[in-house]
Design a protein around this ligand. Structure first.
Ligand code: PEP
Ligand code: MG
Length: 316
């Protein structure tokens, strides 16, 4: 019966008092589009493009890239599709683009936008394919960069997108320095998108791939909540949206807290959408703000969760 009740809430994401929070899906390629549509995603908040480059010694052709981007874009003609440029390195090593030297600490290595700067031709080819797909589709394509740590990197990426004819490029906030100086990044970016998986890893200095450290890999850690609030606040200073696309957005209580911290959209793996949609619909924005404040006032993740839930009575 609960299953039925959750899926009964349909339509665009919104709090009980009508504050719109677009609910978007994370996808890894065209193969994930069906699920995103089935669960009612309003668009794509994170298109991980790594799949195109997996198991290959050479870059995929321009035509192959364009087709893979166009297929996802065309599935959301009325919505937005945020494509993340190649995020190779660390937990996503690619034979196609290895780091320049042996890395004792791959998570702290030449990954994401750092690797794209070392290989600007790879980014240029990807942006050209993205611009070609955007020109052929009614969908609103936006591009964002992974692993941005400084305003200078954000400016470099925005300039590369601009040169390719792609408007309002965004940057991910998944490194503490990016959250701490979010306003500096937002000065160059069309939007920010918080990646809580990596942001948690770097805030707690806990490798996201180590089972022994899962207790620290918890986005309810108040330090992570503080960083999300800083990211949203920095974006707001420039009138920029700030979404969350890490898996934290898939936890219904935490989704409400993220909205209370200032997140303007939430993106998650598609099956999580109905429960998050239902949780938001049962609480006002004010309740989300109170839940966020209570969570940040806690000193640990369990207390943060309990404190937030005391302001979210509509959760099961
Ligand atoms: C993140 O780090 O939270 C994120 C969304 O990106 P990925 O999980 O692909 O690293
Ligand atoms: Mg990440």
């Amino acid at each position: 019966a609960r299953q039925v009740a959750l899926s009964a809430v349909t339509g665009p994401g919104s709090t009980a008092d009508g504050y719109a929070v677009p609910l978007l899906a994370n996808v890894g390629g065209p193969h994930d589009v069906a699920a995103a549509l089935e669960y009612g995603a309003e668009g794509i908040g994170l298109y991980r493009t790594e799949f195109l480059f997996l198991d290959r010694a050479e870059a995929p052709s321009a035509a192959e890239q364009e087709a893979a981007y166009l297929e996802v874009l065309d599935a959301f003609p009325g919505g937005r599709v945020i494509v993340r440029t190649l995020d190779a390195g660390a937990d996503k090593p690619l034979a196609f683009l290895p780091p320049g030297e042996h890395e004792p600490n791959p998570a702290l290595g030449e990954r994401g936008v750092r690797l794209l700067r070392a290989h600007p031709e790879v980014l240029a080819a990807q942006l050209t394919a993205l611009a070609a797909a955007a020109a052929r589709s009614a969908g609103a394509l936006r591009v964002m960069a992974p692993m941005v740590a400084t305003a200078e990197e954000a400016a470099w990426f925005a300039a590369a997108c601009d040169a390719a004819g792609l408007p309002a490029a965004g940057v991910m906030v998944e490194v503490p320095s990016a959250a701490l100086r979010a306003s500096d990044l937002a000065a160059h970016a069309g939007f920010l998108s918080v990646g809580t998986n990596d942001l948690t890893q770097y805030a707690l200095a806990a490798d996201r791939q180590l089972g022994a450290l899962t207790g620290l890999q918890d986005a309810w850690q108040p330090a992570v909540l503080d960083l999300v609030a800083l990211a949203a606040g920095g974006a707001a200073e420039h009138g920029r949206p700030c979404g969350v696309c890490g898996e934290a957005a898939a936890d219904p209580a935490l989704a409400c807290v993220l909205v209370g911290l200032g997140a303007t959209s939430l993106s998650m793996s598609a099956p999580a959408l109905p429960a998050v949609r239902a949780a938001l619909s049962r609480h006002t924005r004010e309740q989300c703000v109170l839940a966020a404040g209570a969570a940040r006032a806690a000193t640990g993740p369990e207390d943060a969760r309990a404190a937030a839930r005391s302001h979210l009575p509509g959760l099961a």
